[in-house]
Design a protein. Sequence first.
Length: 1169
Amino acid sequence: MSTLKRLNMVDSWFTRISQALARDKISTADNKDELRYAVRKINQFFYAEKPSADVVDKHADVIVDLLLSTSNGSDDFEFIAQIFNIIREILDCDKKTSRPLVKSLIRNDVCSFLLNTLRVVAEDRGLGQDISLQIHQILAAIGHHDKRLALKARLFKTIGSTISLLRIYSYNAKVCPVLLTLLKIYAKNAITAAAICRAAGLQPLLRLALTLDRRHAKLQRLSITVVRHLTQTKKLAARATTTTIVRDILAVVFLMDKSQGQNRVRTVKIKEGLLKVLLNIVKSKAGRVQFLEANGFYLLYELALNVLPSDYSCTFVDLSCQVLLHCCPKQQLPIDSIFSPVRFNLPQGYDYIVSNELLSADPQIAKDLDELREKCKSAIPTNERVSTADQRLRPKSSIGSAITRSSSATKCVTTASSVRPKSSKGTKLEKKKTEQKTVTKKKSVTNGTKYRQVPGLNSNNLDDQEDTGIRLVEDEELDDEDSSKSDDNDEEEDDEEDEISNKENVLDSSVPLPNDEQQTRDSVDLSRAYEQFFDEMVDPVYLLRSKMAQSILDPSTESLLSRLFRNILPSSLTLLSTQSAFSYWRMPLNLYFQTYSILAKSTKSAYRFTKLAYPDAFNAVSYARFEPMQKFDERNNRSTLLGDIRRIIYPTSIFNHTVYDFDTAVEHSVVTALDNDDEQRCQMRSSLDHLHFDSQFECGNLRKAVQITEEEYDLILRPDINTFRYHQWFYFEVSNMRHGITYRFNIINFEKANSQFNSGMQPVMFSVCDAVNGKPYWRRIGEKVSYYKNTYGKKKKVYYTLTFNIRFTYDNDVCYIAYHYPYTYTTLMTDIVNWSNTYDRSSIYFRQQVLCKTLSENDCPLLTITSFYNQNDVYHSEKQTIPMHERTYVMLTARVHPGESNASWIMKGIIDYLLSDEPTARLLRDRYIFKIVPMLNPDGVINGCQRCSLATKDLNRQWSAPNSVLFPTIYHTKGLLAYLSMCSSRPITLFCDFHGHSRQKNFFFYGNDPRLHFLGPAIGRSTITKIFPKLFTGVPGFALQSCLFTMRKQKEGCARMVVWEEFKIDFAYTMEATYNGFDAGLYKGLQIQISTLQMIGHDFCQVLTRLGEHEYKTPETIIPMEDLFVTNENHSQEKRATNGDEKRRSSSAVSSSSSSSSSLLSLTDGDVH
Ligand SMILES: [Zn+2]
């Protein structure tokens, strides 16, 4: 017979089947015989010849129909078995051939049919067992396509029969893998896994998993996987510990480890599998107990140590470390209290904020207090209780107030619940509605109306006035509860704006206002209050010029400074890079130092400083060459972990010698005139033979240093003032070192789950000896950098360690080590002095004012930059000249998060640029009035905080309703914006807040997409936001793919959203810059430097000019975005091609870092396009 003929015959049999099936549901004897005959024939055919893809494709549905037709009461097992045979023959073929059948089987839910049949035949010992084996084979082959198979197996109660088959066929090389495969699919579902355990399925599987018989390696591996699934949850793991599983696993792993040669390689996978099971089991408490009882800690540690460097993959060591870390008892950080050693007293009436923070530092205290209150009620003598609570609550002073406060808080909450049923969401919705109304109204009214409604700053607040006091307390209470819960999950957050406390901060976006403080502000008040900040609008010009002379400094320092500058200026100032059009002024070092020291005197800190840090006082710059990112060495990470575990096993092997303790140092320090004698110290050696540490200077935040061995030190960072958390930023001084020795530093109380330190980033270091030798650079430094979870913590609180090695170049050097290039508040003030003395007074309008005082009475500077309107200026073309009163505003802010010093360097780049001679800078000054608040959180910066202000809150969550007492800088910055939208007819073109991002590379923007508002799409708002970031395409270091345009609930109260919402500024952004470096473009593979950050600032200005080249002036026109993108892109490409952008870039690189980096840049120029 020819192939074709035979195929025709197959077709005909299938046709007969489908005809017979179609004829009717009455199963006549004839019909049945017909089917039987055809099925037998097909079986014979498939037995002789593999089914072809063609045949399967054509008849898959017929086969499935045939199978399902047997469901109505057919007990003809032989016939069903024949059909199963056909299906199995097809499933045995390659994937491509069997796919149509698999699809059809799944589509028609044959799995349920099979499971049902399985249940029916389970009782039958004869033919039934064959059928159930066949069913298992089919299910094992197609089961992974059915997502609900595990659930169905549970519903049809077939798990028991599968397990009993497993007992029978345990070592059957043909059947057992099938059963294990199916069980693997089942066990992935945790509930079904529990069902398998209930059906006593774990024991036969464990027997298979723990066999030492080499012949069954494949079965063993498969069953280990199933067992791993069967212990996937803590509950399951605890159930498994009722067996001797832990001991057995340890024994098997230990025995296998003793085997040699070929065998050893073969057992690697099995050992790793078993360790994975062990890791599951020690996640349960019972598992840990068994593990420790079985001496597993020492055993596994020794096994991990014995893994040879040349030995197979390091997964084994990795897993061992993980198991060991899970079983380590959590250790207390070696400090008395995790709470900030520095307290700043908040204004009267607000001190409960600190008490609340103190309570949440240790939930146990809160619990104790609750208990205490209960006990008080039941009239038990309280004296004793109080004293025990007193001991627990380490910072003793506040105990009394804490108790009274929280009890009064409880009282308030109970009353509040009745007073304020209004849910905050409801209010928001209402507010939104009214806002939309105002929008529509606004459209009909023209620009002539001077006063507009500004929600948030006007009578809106009146409604809430009555219950504010109460509500706030309630919020705080919620806050505590929430923060303890949220500690784990927000580690998933990848959004830097959010960070650790986003949830809590959503809740307390409005902080209590004492009643007398509540203000209604209408536009008249506003204009009176803020008029002074808009002097540029006052005519005539000479008035401006006279006012320019005013300084933001207090009179005494001002006269000192002006004398200084009168004597030295302008001849001694260095104008850098005269070849480039972009000029950049730098003060000579001695002048800089004098200015810095004078200004430092008026910088007010929350605790006493004892010195000026050398790099800040002497204007350190970044290293003259690009510094590549480091390669991460996993092996090194593992040995570090093992080292930590060793310390726990052999605690006496370490020195444990405290060499620096901020808590006591700050108490005993005496008042000194702030100065720096590092250069003299370089030549001296202390009698003590260990490193010296110090951090009692601006932005410093080391709390404690403990010597571990001769060359190793554990370091602990200070938390943000008045809190117990936010450890990330660090800055400290180290001295008394020996050159040539490798020192290791472990900073042991980080809180974030991951860090760029594992992606090539290094800390930065400044050496005073180097500076004396003419190299005053911050450099990236540190070998074997690694960041990992350590064994410190308490309950759910976990900490992470950053470890790095440093070999110092000089004996007795004085070095400064930091998370990132520091930029202190005093640096900013020095820069302002520098700017105000160097800008071109004939054409630039530059004004410095004090926006407000901070909580600790520091000035929060506000800068205004624009140009004088001068019709006679030669370079003005007609188009560029815009009279002062027609210019729009650009508002820039930075450093709301004090640890993000990179934002300040970008801001410095922007201001340098705006005050320069660059034609584009002139263009910008002619077109816009820049209002710049370069440091929104001076107090945080000065005191070395990471995220908060002294009022313990993230200021970037306070914009919705900023409290004027607690958050003055936010209150008044928002006030400026309100003034502009209420009292001026000129719109704000752009708002941008500058930030640093600790978990991403490159720089990028966050913006608002009205379609993604968390309250639903914001109707009537334009979507042009994305245009500005898009214009950065091609700018070195920019990553468009990292930009995010969302309006999530967590971000409520952050600058860009509030500004967008309340002042209708479409171009409102957060710019995020990396601490680490770049993974694409011109700077690919390089770590970021001060000069790169400043360059980003310059680029920001350049791109800003392009924004003005388009007409977006009418907000009513909502332009199709895509159209705009196309034109912009073409345009920017053209421009880039013609104006020799890169030449400019490389020349300004030279100017800002005063180095010769242009050669490297020009070499990599090709990357740009
Ligand atoms: Zn930030």
